[in-house]
Write a protein that binds this ligand. Sequence first.
Ligand SMILES: [Zn+2]
Length: 544
Amino acid sequence: MTDLLLVNANVLTMDPARPRARSVAIAGGRIVALDADLPAREVIDLRGSTLLPGFHDAHNHMAWYGLTLAEVDLSAAAVGSLHELYAAVAGRARDTAADSWIVGSRYDQNKLETHPDREGLDRAAPGRRVWLRHVSGHMCVVSSAVLADLGMTDHPVDVPGGTVVTDAAGRPTGLLQERAQELAADLLHPYPLAVIADAIDRAGTRYLSEGITSCTEAGIGGGWIGHTPAELAAYQAARDAGRLKVRVELMIASDALHPLAAHPDDGLDLGLDLGIHTGFGDDWLRIGAMKVFADGSLVGRTAAMSDDYADAPGNRGYLQADADQLTATIIAAHRSGWQVATHAIGDRTIDVVLDAYDQAQTRYPRPDPRHRIEHFAVSRSSQVARAARLGVIAVPQGRFASEIGDGMLAALGPDRHSWLYRQRSLLAAGMTLPGSSDRPVVSGAPLLGVHDMVSRRTASGALFNPGEAITADEALHAYTTGSAYASHAEHVKGVIAPGKLADLVVLSEDPTAVSPESIAGIEVVATFVGGECRFAAVGADLPR
Ligand SMILES: [Zn+2]
């Protein structure tokens, strides 16, 4: 007797060995058979709806996103001008106690006239501590009260790997880039675990409604990306309380790793206490890669390029750490058994990271390390070929095209347009392409990602390196099999096949059978995790 039989479905299995089916049998949280007429405790007739493996976002910031849901929304959809941004800050100031911080997120200076500044914040919320995070997460703006707390009302302090931006008179404007953000974050961190667990719950609820059943959290526990050194405990607390809604793989920020006093023969140069590393955990909560930041952002024009930014002569961005130091960290993590996921945007940075992966594997060969380059935003053709040769996984974000693509085109200029956020050439080189959003940097609904991976247009309607467009089928593979592979999890998920986890999404229409423009409007009807229906759309005739 099986637990559940889903019948009369248009099943896109994503399994090349058997691409299509009409029914799926589930027992013990796993898929047990396709197109088999087995007795089942429960039968659901999907009436021709499309059934896919649950979506897996290979790079998102779950806790950060959950936190933003409670912060002042400064996204382009919420505030259309600097004036409106300051009004939103003033509104939050009126509604909160005078000693509490005002935290806002997702502003984009490309869509405003310029960055907000301390004077504007001081006028909007006199005397208050205000912290506004850029949409990229790579910079923030703070008010004078925060600068005073940091002892830099009139003079900046020097921060390696970051910049305290100053005006013509040498006075901080409030804008803090890259690692300089940690100065402000350190005043607020660590967050209590309960606050983060709430954020994880809020985020997971949203994910289920979008068909996401797995996600990879791209950095916890340290650096500007972490919220507390005990961040893993927040995920565990959420899980213990039944509030972890989707399966999560946790990347650990490199700052959280340290040398271990193990036997020298073990080569554990860098790790977490007890030697815990990539792969530890289970199907619900698992330790993934070590996350290291090699550079900054393209829209913020801080990522390290081999040539000047098109609209900022003389600026080529910068590495977040000295290249030798970065290489040493990568090699030590590789040697200690970690999968390494390096944030690298600019082509100069990608060179440094590929060199480091190459050296690591040459000096300490390991089977199938699957090191990753997060974003892989601006790459020359020779770098694609080299990444493929080294077995490196590039993890680009499809949705960047329509939400922040115009800013990227301006930063890069026409000469390097064809280097931008490749997809087609990665597949052509034989690489595996995962699907990811970098939420909350942009919207994270996978169908929006699939739409942009196929359409490749910016908000203004400009084509976004259109030669790199892929088909809806390829984009769906990215969000299922591609992401599973990037997590070393293709043996348990990513396809609908006997033995795999019964993580499934029911869609109102088949994304491969509609026009590209229609993909974003397809409805998620239901989401199953481990064979249980965890989300059903209002009006859907399914058990909740
Ligand atoms: Zn990210």
